[in-house]
Design a protein around this ligand. Structure first.
Ligand code: F6P
Length: 371
């Protein structure tokens, strides 16, 4: 039996969806402080993204998020206290026998059973597309918050998790540089980012990489070798190479791993590249694949700040009755845009943007540019 809600009172849901990243808990904290602390609403955390809304009884998949939850540590903690999933699209849900079914109706029913007035969905482009479709089919008042270490969502300069991922990758370069110098080696650091090179180029510049390879720009191993030769002739005995996980081999192949679930994930191009560089130059190479270290750990000040700004704004949008919108950061302001625009506006590294200009200005080998 659902209690009658006082006028003006709201009961809102929040979930984290897709791959995790640092800063998700900081968003949850901001949502609760604003919704409960300021507006006096109730906040219901839904476990494991849309998977929580599929389980029955659905209440068992929820967690009342009250002010008592905050002992001061949540802002700083990596991961998500709600759990998340990047599998099991309810519109194309995999069954054990390999067939696929549409379970969207069950998710919507689960949401209704919770008697929520609105939902805040924290996710990247894939999760937001699913949540928006559910919202449209189920009449759910939805607001989204962008998170992805890949920073590839359109119309927002920043997504939560990106800053921390860049810091982790930059720290890795800081730690690789002395050992590279001690052993006269070429160190190859493979970073995440899915199909975009945002992490690679930002960390590569900040960490002083000599070569930065991103999926957006083609390269040749002879071009890399020429850069390494230039470094050698300049009297330096080591080099740092950053490669984004979706950079292809010279033959144009993506390097992927098949997981136990059958899912294909990026990973391994660093090893390919190190072998090719060694072959071409005779240099001693070593590889570090940074992997999920980029998603964990304590969020940076930047991620905590943006998470706080986004969380408060998302709740304010609900208070104003503005739905189907994603909070975003643009021109030093928090803004909100239609979710559909954010999903459609996939953001690759801008080849005419300041990071490409800067890397080239520093003499970094970034790939082959047509004249
Ligand atoms: O989208 C975030 C991301 O970390 C990508 O950078 C990476 O390719 C992928 O997720 C890894 O996914 P999983 O956690 O399923 O291995």
């Amino acid at each position: 039996m659902v209690a009658v809600k006082p006028t003006g009172h709201k009961r809102i849901g929040v979930l984290t969806s897709g791959g995790d990243c640092a800063g998700l808990n900081a968003i949850l904290r901001a949502v609760v402080l604003r919704a409960v602390g300021h507006y006096g609403w109730q906040v219901v955390g839904i476990r494991n993204g849309t998977a929580g809304l599929l389980a029955r009884p659905v209440e068992a998949q929820t967690l009342e998020l009250g002010l008592d939850l905050f002992d001061g540590s949540l802002l700083r903690r990596g991961g998500t206290i709600l759990g998340t999933t990047n599998k099991g699209n309810p519109f194309d849900y995999p069954l054990p026998d390999g067939s696929r079914v549409n379970r969207a109706g069950e998710v919507i029913e689960g949401y209704r059973e919770l008697d929520l007035d609105a939902l805040i969905g924290i996710g990247g482009d894939g999760s937001q597309a699913i949540l928006r479709r559910l919202a449209q089919e189920g009449g759910i008042d939805l607001v989204t918050v962008p998170k992805t270490i890949d920073n590839d969502l359109g119309h927002t300069e920043l997504s939560i998790g990106y800053s921390t991922a860049v810091k982790v990758a930059t720290d890795a370069l800081d730690q690789l540089q002395p050992t590279a110098a001690s052993h006269s080696r070429v160190m190859v650091l493979e970073v995440m980012g899915r199909d975009a090179g945002h992490i690679a180029i930002a960390a590569g510049i900040a960490g002083g990489a000599d070569v930065i390879l991103i999926p957006e720009i083609p390269y040749t191993v002879t071009g890399i070798a020429a850069k390494l030769e230039q470094i050698r002739q300049g009297g330096r005995n080591f080099a740092l190479v950053v490669v984004a996980e979706a950079v292809k081999t010279e033959e144009g192949e993506l390097v992927k791993q098949t997981q136990a679930s059958g899912a294909q994930t990026y990973g391994g191009v660093g090893h390919y590249l190190a072998a090719r560089i060694a072959e071409e130059t005779g240099a001693e190479t070593r590889v570090t694949v940074l992997g999920h270290l980029q998603r964990g750990g304590m969020p940076t000040d930047r991620d905590r700040l943006m998470a706080s700004i986004f969380g408060v704004h998302a709740v304010d949008l609900i208070a104003e009755g503005k739905f189907d919108r994603m909070v975003a950061w643009s021109g030093r302001q928090v803004v909100d845009i239609p979710i559909a625009e954010a999903i459609a506006g996939y953001k690759a590294v801008d080849l005419d943007g300041p990071l490409v200009h800067t890397a080239r200005g520093l003499g970094t080998y970034l790939g082959e540019f047509s004249p």
